[in-house]
Ligand binder design. Structure first.
Ligand code: SF4
Ligand code: SF4
Length: 474
């Protein structure tokens, strides 16, 4: 056995990334496939570089064991990308549970200019809920899971529907020994004491996602009531009230019109102590998803500019003491999102079924992935499902040499649907931000290791370095 191990021939992993640390005398390595992170002093790193330069000459020893454990070297016969592709294809055709995005209403109380939906007044009725229950009765496998995302329009405009259906969903999952994971994506305006009181007796949400678009000045010009009135102060009050009920994720949509006003929001966030109340905050790239997203072509940030901005924002939050966004990125194990996952559907009023959230308000029957019948059976539109079933991001030529591929997996399948030429996927922001993410992560690690008195005075460092040292092909 020992002879066999010694006889192993190694090669370097295709997914090694190395950057200088904010702490000048160390190098940080990260393998995007295994997620293994390591800080090295310069002398040890020189040994690692020599090993990675001639991996075929390596013989068993402590350094080889360490590099193999980190995934930085792999047996020469391993085909890492082919293995990932096989795992992806296996996972997307294997049903492990049921994920439903339920569009309780197409209607919305806001009139955001960039919204990708066109809003009618349509909402789900009892008959829709009954059909969903019958569908689950037919399909929910025992000992699996049921994940529900309440979506809209604005889902709280039909809270009665959520209130009515939830106990029935819960009863069904208990009967089948399934776990139940509800979450909601809301603009937060209606999340007042009356709704919260009712939510408190329902199973806790895995998370509540609420959107705020910068500080009051920018938010109140973008996310307005249909009457034109601003919504910022009321939403922040509601977030404060809801904190503790479930983790809250504040999503901040950014484009060139509000990119200068993000710190105003962060300042309000800290002033209200939300960073201590399981309320998290992150940026999202505002993009022209559909023809209903008015005027976005001129205000949309380039990927690189958005990436730079998101890193600057993380840095600002970090300096204010927030560490929520500083975990290491992890490889996407299975399918990418609801659209390429087996057993996952977006369910809209009147039985309209889709695979992608962007379609939730679509009423064009030519685009339906299927129809949910009153008896819970599903009429599948096989032609419209084909894009999602056939989607294989490992076929993009330019992704074949990308070190970020395990973290990105070619990005949003909806974007792929829109494009004619698929040489490259919809690049993850990590393509630009990974080096600084690793540096910030290391800083957090070092601060955690310090005595509390030292941690109050973090070491002086420079601003984020940017992506210059990172060898990911553009
Ligand atoms: S296809 Fe894209 S937009 Fe649609 S659910 Fe997936 S990630 Fe979201
Ligand atoms: S889409 Fe871009 S970031 Fe993602 S794997 Fe392909 S080249 Fe890399």
């Amino acid at each position: 056995m020992r002879d066999l191990v010694d006889a192993q021939t190694w090669k370097s992993s295709e997914f090694n990334v190395a950057v200088t640390s904010f702490f000048g005398d160390e190098i940080l390595s990260f393998n995007t496939r295994t997620g293994a992170f390591q800080a090295w002093n310069k002398a040890d790193w020189a040994d690692v570089e020599r090993a990675l330069d001639a991996p075929e000459t390596l013989r068993q020893g402590p350094l080889v064991s360490l590099l193999a454990n980190l995934g930085m070297i792999v047996p020469v016969e391993r085909e890492e990308r082919a293995e990932m592709e096989q795992a992806y294809l296996r996972s997307k055709s294997t049903r492990t549970g049921t994920m439903l995005t339920i569009t309780t209403t197409i209607s919305c109380n806001f009139g955001c200019s960039y919204c990708f939906q066109s809003h009618s007044k349509e909402k789900m009725k009892q008959a829709d809920g009954d059909a969903i229950l019958r569908f689950l009765d037919r399909t929910l496998a025992p000992d699996s899971y049921l994940s529900i995302t309440w979506f809209g329009g604005e889902p709280l405009m039909n809270f009665d529907f959520i209130d009515d259906l939830t106990p029935k969903l819960l009863a069904l999952t208990k009967e089948r020994n399934c776990s139940y994971h509800p979450s909601i994506i809301t603009n937060g305006y209606l999340l007042d004491e009356r709704v919260l009181d009712r939510m408190r007796v329902l199973p806790p949400m895995s998370y509540i996602q609420i959107t705020l678009d910068g500080g009051q000045a920018s938010h109140d010009t973008r996310r307005i009531l249909l009457s034109g009135r601003g919504t910022y102060a009321r939403i922040l009050d509601n977030i404060e009230r809801a904190a503790g009920l479930a983790p809250i994720h504040i999503r901040v949509n950014v484009d060139s019109t509000n990119m200068d006003q993000l710190t105003d929001l962060a300042d309000d966030y800290f002033a209200r102590g939300l960073d201590k109340k399981n309320v998290h905050i992150y940026l999202a790239h505002t993009r022209a998803y559909t023809e209903h997203s008015d005027g976005l072509d001129s205000t949309e940030l380039s990927k690189a500019d958005y990436a730079n901005l998101s890193m600057q924002f993380e840095w600002y939050l970090f300096q204010r003491g927030y560490q929520g966004g500083l975990s290491l990125p992890s490889a996407k194990g299975g399918s990418l999102c609801t659209a390429d996952t087996e057993g996952s559907y977006v369910m809209s009023p009147a039985g309209r079924i889709f695979k992608c959230w962007n379609d939730a308000a679509n009423t064009d029957s030519a685009e339906f992935a299927g129809r949910l019948n009153p008896d819970g059976t599903l009429d599948v539109a096989q032609d419209n499902l084909r894009h999602w079933e056939d989607h294989n991001p490992y076929q993009y030529a330019e992704c074949q040499s990308c070190k970020v591929q395990p973290l990105c997996k070619g990005g949003c399948p909806w974007e792929a649907k829109k494009r004619e030429h698929l040489d490259i996927g919809d690049c993850s922001v990590l393509k630009w931000t990974l080096p600084d993410k690793l540096r910030l992560y290391r800083m957090k690690q070092v601060l955690a290791e310090m005595r509390p008195a030292d941690a109050a005075q973090p070491p002086r460092t420079s601003e984020p370095h940017g992506a210059l040292e990172f060898a990911c092909p553009d």
